[in-house]
Design a protein around this ligand. Structure first.
Ligand code: SF4
Ligand code: SF4
Length: 439
């Protein structure tokens, strides 16, 4: 591998990529199912206040959930009638408030036309992003308008777009960069205007050479009007796409423990989020549609599907021809940081980037053993933590004492579990330790 590829210094692993299953599949628009279950809690923050009642007619794009506190607005994904204000199952939370909409089968899709955003101020752009309910759609779902407004006195001088997509199997951002490069670049310009800065970097792992070329060509054709936007090729190494590692790879700056990107003058946004910001600002379209990678050898037909928020996984599986007999595990998200689920009655939210249908050959469910003190997890940890010690303390019933090993700096990337020869569930230990240490 070329030494000119950018990367972070400490730790990291090389899991089997398994991207060949879906990376060549063009984004496909899924036909609309008849019913949608739209959770009012899809991201960081408190649940939205429902603005629709049972039997109300709602139009595609209507605001149906008002953000509370640090949350983000939720919009109707389709035109139809509200049939229930109840609860939905989620991958992490067992039950979240939701609005069910029966689609009006005759209603046409809403058409959005581009508008010129160049005359808008930074505050007006930020308001559009807030109104459209944009959250970080590649991860925890932090509201974009909050992330784009760092505290007064903070000096930000670089924007970094996360096109690493380092999780195995997932190919959503790859396809968006390949198929929508102009929108990604226009979204980057909008973000730079919001932040009042001129330097933007799009970090892309080198296993997506085609996306790097397409973006660079699209940039050459643009009038950047004094902006400096580059596409930076990154070494293929997990977790290249985690915020702190990406910032180090692209800018050489290190976010201190307990710190945030703006502490080193950087704001990071994901590629899908940038495209959603383009939609919100240029098309005035709220975030209620996204691309989701459906992959793994346990699904009849893998795909990069454009689906509306609230589409149930069961409807996606039916559309793709069902699952295969040797299906062993379903994971929402990537295999390193995702969550195993036991039901298909879960709706797609703004933050779901993939659903994996894994066969027995693709998973390792062998029982775990004792720590043999090999130290591999210490070498793999990009944060320089001691996951082995955290695991041992949790097993000894001393979770509350794990803060000394930096448990709160762990962002649950799973690199330690991945390399552990004893198959120890280190991330689960760490999640438990965090809960108890907080108390
Ligand atoms: S899960 Fe946490 S402890 Fe384990 S490698 Fe990642 S950051 Fe380190
Ligand atoms: S990799 Fe596993 S066995 Fe080795 S030190 Fe870490 S926890 Fe122990």
């Amino acid at each position: 591998m070329s030494t000119s590829l950018l990367t972070f210094a400490k730790g990291g692993v090389h899991p089997q990529e398994s991207k060949e299953i879906a990376e060549h599949l063009a984004i496909e628009k899924m036909p609309l199912p008849e019913e949608f279950e739209i959770p009012l809690l899809q991201h960081f923050g408190a649940p939205c206040q429902p603005l629709a009642k049972k039997k109300d007619r709602v139009e595609e794009g209507d605001l149906i959930g008002q953000a509370q506190g640090l949350g983000a607005n939720v919009h109707a994904s389709v035109t139809g009638t509200v049939t229930d204000i109840g609860t939905s199952k989620g991958p992490v939370s067992l039950s979240v408030p939701s609005i069910t909409i029966a689609r009006d089968l005759e209603a046409p899709d809403k058409v959005y036309s581009p508008s010129d955003w160049k005359g808008l101020t930074s505050q007006e752009l930020l308001q559009k992003i807030k109104d459209a309910g944009i959250v970080g759609i590649g991860g925890a779902g932090f509201p974009a308008h909050v992330k784009l407004a760092p505290p007064p006195g903070t000096k930000v001088d670089k924007l970094v777009l996360n096109g690493a997509e380092c999780e195995p199997y997932l190919t959503t951002d790859h396809r968006v960069m390949l198929e929508k490069p102009e929108e990604v670049i226009e979204g980057t310009k909008i973000l730079l205007r919001v932040l009042g800065i001129s330097e933007g970097h799009i970090g892309v792992e080198a296993n997506k050479k085609d996306a790097i070329e397409v973006l660079r060509k699209a940039l050459e054709k643009q009038n950047l009007e004094g902006l400096k936007i580059t596409v930076d090729a990154l070494q293929v190494k997990y977790p290249q796409g985690s915020e702190k590692q990406l910032i180090e790879s692209v800018t050489g700056r290190k976010v201190p423990g307990g710190g945030l990107p703006f502490d080193v003058g950087v704001i990071v946004q994901n590629i899908g989020t940038t495209k959603a910001i383009y939609d919100a600002v240029v098309l005035n379209k709220p975030l209620y549609e996204k691309v989701v990678t459906i992959s793994g050898r346990g699904i009849a037909r893998p795909a990069n599907l454009q689906v509306r928020v609230g589409t149930r996984i069961s409807d996606i599986v039916r559309y793709l021809g069902g699952t295969k007999p040797d299906l062993a595990k379903i994971v929402m998200g990537g295999p390193m940081m995702g969550f195993a689920v036991s039901t298909l009655d879960i709706p797609v939210t703004k933050t779901v980037s993939g659903v994996l249908f894994l066969t027995r050959d693709e998973i390792d469910d062998s029982p775990y053993g004792p720590c043999i003190r090999c130290g591999w997890c210490l070498e793999a940890c990009p944060m320089g933590l001691s996951p082995n010690e955290i695991g041992l303390y949790v097993e000894a019933g001393r979770s509350a004492d794990t803060a000394q090993f930096g448990v709160f700096d762990c962002f649950e990337c799973g690199s330690c579990s991945f390399v552990c020869p004893s198959k120890r569930p280190l991330v689960q230990f760490i999640r438990l330790a965090k809960q108890k240490a907080k108390r």
